[in-house]
Design a protein around this ligand. Structure first.
Ligand code: HEM
Length: 222
């Protein structure tokens, strides 16, 4: 009798759920991108200014960001990868290019206009963009060189970075639901806002590092 691989089924279900839950944010981001690029936002928004380069950078980043948020979970689904390796490679190339554009677009915007939250948010988002850029390049480089272990490790980091912008909204949504917006204000200078400048990606990356080092240890002792 064939036994079911429950951990793999649970992982696939969780990844599909993440893609599904992140889809509304991806569509919101895509719509924001096209409205901003066409100068057709329903209402004036502080993100759009007279600075053409900043507009192009930030709205392009929203479009490519939407793509990586929704596509990244599918890359980690093992049965899909095994069955359709060509699809995995092609969507991997698309995600790499989109992640590079997303990160560079966000970084250019910070350099030209700065974020709404000032220096602390500039620092948090600059680190976020830099790590995303690094993870995208490393994931691609190791795949090309067939260094599968390193590729997998960087792909896992890239996954958490790719869904981090959605997690940022999830954190805010839950926090406002539970506390009504304690330690948070429209200027993004509250204690919660300051923590969020890093909390939407750093704790997840630390958890990934712990997981990877435990896995390395298990392999070493076996
Ligand atoms: C991962 C996919 C990403 C998506 C889907 C995404 C999407 C968005 C959206 C929709 C906004 C507009 C905020 C609003 O709702 O009003 C935004 C703002 C912004 N994003 Fe991203 N983003 C992503 C990744 C990044 C990365 C990697 C950076 C790195 C530098 C970045 C930097 C910024 C900055 C600086 C702003 C403006 C913040 C402000 O001053 O309001 N984003 N992003």
């Amino acid at each position: 009798m064939q036994t079911r691989n429950w951990p793999s089924i649970a992982q696939t279900t969780a990844l599909l759920l993440v893609a599904l839950l992140a889809l509304p944010f991806g569509l919101y981001s895509l719509d924001f991108a096209q409205g901003g690029l066409r100068n057709a936002l329903p209402e004036p928004h502080y993100i759009r200014s007279d600075n053409l380069s900043a507009n192009l950078a930030i709205f392009t980043h929203m479009g490519t960001g939407a793509l990586i948020t929704v596509l990244a979970p599918f890359q980690l689904i093992a049965p899909l990868r095994r069955r359709f390796p060509r699809l995995h490679r092609w969507s991997g190339r698309i995600i790499t290019a989109a992640a590079v554009i997303t990160a560079i677009g966000g970084l250019i915007y910070i350099g030209l206009r700065g974020t709404i939250g000032g220096t602390p948010m500039d620092i948090g988002f600059t680190l976020y963009g830099t790590l995303t850029l690094l993870a995208a390049i490393q994931t691609y480089r190791h795949a090309r060189a067939r260094r599968i272990n390193q590729h997998n490790a960087w792909a896992l980091r890239l996954f958490w970075l790719a869904i981090a912008s959605w997690l940022y909204r999830v954190h805010y949504g839950l926090w406002y639901l539970i506390t009504g917006g304690l330690w948070s204000n429209p200027e993004f200078t509250g204690a919660f806002d300051l923590a969020q400048n890093f909390a939407f990606y750093l704790p997840y990356l630390i958890a990934v590092e712990i997981y990877l080092s435990r896995r390395r240890y298990r392999v070493a002792v076996n």
